[in-house]
Design a protein. Sequence first.
Length: 169
Amino acid sequence: MALSLTRVAVLVDPRDSSSAATLKSVQAAAQRTGVKLLLLEARTPQEIETAFSVMVREKAGAVLVVTGGLFNQQVRQIAELAAKNRLPSITHRREYAEAGGLMSYGTSFADQFRRAATYVDKIFKGAKPADLPVEQPTIFELIINGKTAKALGLKIPQSLLISADKVIE
């Protein structure tokens, strides 16, 4: 089944200041592609459940989960609600796809932790933190949950499967 999206739900925790930049990018992409966004806020696990009820009622075709501390803690709940409501879903944390979400695409936290350790080492050896350069992430991971895709009746293009860092079968 090919997925033709006209409405995408975007789940955000409004308390998370880092979501503003992501939302701006998502809104720009939606405008370019003609996709309508359904912006839903959640601050608690109960509000996450309510948000999914709204997604279904408003006929969202998929859900994008924007970064947030609450959502990082609730990956299993969000993956289960997405599956229960037959909503293809994506977020930035690999744990989400591993918990049953359709896919994740984001920075490699393992790589970021390794890189942070090199900064700590430099500081312990006398470097001043203010003198160390700010670095952007360089490694991004695409994780696809093939079991979830199959359960949703989605056929993931071979080109995407080949470029994935991990496909969960």
